[in-house]
Design a protein around this ligand. Structure first.
Ligand code: SAH
Ligand code: SF4
Ligand code: F3S
Length: 448
């Protein structure tokens, strides 16, 4: 074993969605209490933790290849400990230990809080997998050690009750569970006091948020959080179309701290596919919702997710997804080839499509979206955007960058003194994935 009271280091590799990003902060905090300092590289670390995603097969494969590559590090440094957590851990449990001999421990989404115990045992050479039947016993306390910058993530609920036919999330994250509004308010106040200006609220389906203590709904929660002093901006994701309430639309329209930015995945454009997916709305209802949002919330940016090649999807069904893009005109679109997942209904359905068919549909869908995104961004040229400046642009071109209210990336010439400020930028050029602009001279554009 290592020497007396050593300073140990941990590398945390995070895959998947923002739920995992948030959990990784908790992991980092729990390990800090054991004396582990986080490092950016796996090389040289005493402990490597993978926080994994199993939403699509490709995501799961990434985990196996990453762990596989760590074998050499372990051979070079026998004291190195390797642990796998997150959704693949919850799904596979001790099968992972059986298949990967150089793995030391496994902790599912329901066992995150017991990580210190697992690490202590692994140090003694005891290999264990903890998953728990379902993650429901997880205490939903605030993250112990967030490293707040200007922006922070706050999980308002965990799990999902929707069981969309293709999706593994309800199985690996358990049932829906909302955190008390009072706790969320306290967390937001603490973050704002430490300089956080923008909070993104997270949940697989935030629209079904319900305060377990007082019954407050999601629109009510947003209003409460908007009252937090020092906090300038609120966003949230993901919104399930079937649960988006008129009160939420009103809040988006009427509460200035709630950004005009909504991720509202449709998943498909044809009614038979939506029905088979079990999404709980029709194409017509979805389009009506998008129309209502655009009418009530000027300038709102809509984001979407679309799956191509769901079992039984015909070319005609697929055309309906293409035309949905045209009708909604998404600002942000994430698109995926359907992937079979364990436990799911779709995994057992007939009519699976061949890989090349799915790949070809994905290409066509993405090509269609590229045109739409560019058109939308060009249409913003000449307009003024409110930007929260986050830092110098990544390419070191003397630009700074930040996001506008609608969530688009805006780059413009400026120095580091602008970081952390809310400024007005005139958009000069709309590009496919970002906007280029110039700082408006008007002083006094600081946030209220
Ligand atoms: N709770 C969110 C999404 C969670 S998963 C929601 O309901 O919108 C993120 C995205 O992955 C989904 O929106 C879906 O588009 C995609 N996805 C989920 N399961 C998939 C599968 N089996 N194959 C392909 N894409 C999938
Ligand atoms: Fe998965 Fe559907 Fe739940 Fe989203 S709403 S996490 S797609 S089951
Ligand atoms: Fe992946 Fe788990 Fe999120 S499966 S998408 S990391 S909830």
């Amino acid at each position: 074993m290592s020497g007396p009271a050593p300073q140990r280091s941990v590398h945390i590799a995070t895959f998947g969605c923002q739920m995992n990003a948030y959990d990784s902060e908790r992991i980092s905090g729990l390990l800090a209490s054991l004396g582990y300092t986080e490092v950016d590289q796996p090389q040289g670390a005493d402990l490597i933790v993978l926080n994994t995603c199993s939403v699509r097969e490709r995501a799961e494969q990434k985990v196996y290849s990453y762990v596989g590559a760590l074998k050499r590090l372990k051979e070079a440094k026998p004291g190195l400990l390797i642990g796998v957590g997150g959704c693949v851990a919850q799904q596979e449990g001790d099968r992972l230990l059986k298949h990967i001999p150089h793995l030391d421990f496994v902790f599912g989404t329901g066992a995150l809080e017991r990580l210190p115990e697992l690490v202590a045992e692994a140090r003694k050479g005891r290999r264990r997998a903890l998953t728990g039947a379902a993650p429901r016993e997880l205490p939903l306390a605030p993250a112990p050690a967030p490293r707040p910058g200007l922006k922070a993530l706050v999980t308002v609920m965990r799990g999902c009750d929707n069981f969309c036919a293709y999706c593994v999330v309800p199985y690996v994250r358990g049932r829906e569970q909302s955190r008390p509004a009072a706790q969320l308010l306290a967390e937001a106040q603490a973050l704002a006091a430490r300089g956080v200006r923008e909070i993104t609220l997270l949940g697989q389906n935030v629209n079904s948020y319900r305060d377990p203590e007082g019954g407050l709904d999601f629109a009510g929660l947003l209003r409460r959080l908007a009252g937090v002093e020092g906090l300038w901006r609120l966003r949230f994701t993901t919104s399930h179309p079937k649960d988006l309430s008129p009160a939420l639309i009103e809040t988006l329209a009427g509460e200035p701290k709630v950004m005009e930015h909504l991720h509202l995945p449709a998943q498909a454009g044809s009614d038979p596919v939506l029905r088979a997916m079990g999404r709980g709305y029709t194409r017509g209802q979805y389009l009506e919702l998008a129309r209502r949002l655009r009418a009530a919330v000027p300038g709102v940016a809509l984001g979407g997710d679309v799956i191509v090649g769901f079992p039984g999807e015909s070319e005609e069904d697929f055309q309906q997804s293409l035309s949905l893009l045209q009708e909604v005109r998404y600002d942000f679109l994430y698109s995926f080839k359907y992937s079979d997942r364990p436990f799911t209904r779709a995994g057992r359905m007939a009519g699976k499509l061949a890989e090349p068919v799915k790949a070809e549909r994905l290409r066509r869908l993405q090509a269609r979206q590229r045109g739409i995104g560019l058109e939308l961004h060009r249409a913003l040229e000449g307009q003024t955007a409110e930007v929260l400046v986050e830092g110098p642009d990544k390419k070191g071109r003397g630009l700074v960058s930040g996001r506008c209210r609608a969530g688009r990336m805006v780059n413009f010439p400026g120095g580091p003194e602008l970081v952390g400020r809310l400024v007005k930028v005139r958009i000069e050029q709309g590009r496919e994935n970002s906007l280029l602009g110039r700082l408006e001279p008007a002083p006094g554009s600081e946030a209220s």
